[in-house]
Design a protein around this ligand. Sequence first.
Ligand code: SAM
Length: 237
Amino acid sequence: MYYNSALLLADAEKLGISLSDDALAKFDLLAHLMIEQNKTMNLTAITDPDGIAVKHFADSISALTAADFELGARVLDVGTGAGFPGLPLLIVRPDLKLTMLDSTAKKLKYVSSAAESLGLSPEILHARAEEAGRKPEYREGFDVVCSRAVAALNVLCEYCLPFVKVGGCFIAMKSAKAGEEIEQAQAAIKLLGGKITDEKSFKLSDGGERNLIVIKKISHIPPKYPRVSAQIAKKPL
Ligand code: SAM
């Protein structure tokens, strides 16, 4: 086994998520593919079986506990990198209509081929979030948007909230220090039509703190957002 399935099962049980034998086998294949690819490109620093099980797989699927992922829901993973949280979410919930977005084509090429090997078919979107969020086919088109380890919450909200349907939600997957980030993002959340409706704090078996910040979209995104990359970087909301 390329990951510690007992650790993943233990964390999944704590989260209230049940994993089929088929899902556990797919997680093993994904761990194997990632380790192999990591020999020739810089995908992840976490390659040990315990780390993969907890920091990548259990952490990714924890998003399922933060919102109602209805059957066939349209879900977006912003800044998916090596496929997290998107690929684990799709392994556990193959019914989801998942789009995986990143600005780095090389990583998406790996994600696309890993998904194919796993028998999964997410939509792969090579774009900057702030550009895709202005396109009619993506703007306010998703039930749930997730993002992990991409940017500080105030910036992340400008990347992610434009994609969320009114009534849908954005789940920001954060480690410790979520309180400070939330403070700094209050104005951005309000301006972008969002409202924090839940904050879930928990620990996985590595002992590290995790926070899922759930931001519900309560009104339409004002037309001027998202702004262009340079403005977001120069003057974050
Ligand atoms: N979400 C993955 C994870 O948790 O393992 C990857 C995290 S990695 C640190 C951040 C990723 O976000 C990179 O792959 C980067 O290319 C992508 N990214 C950063 N800013 C972005 C933007 N504005 N639009 C699209 N992708 C972006």
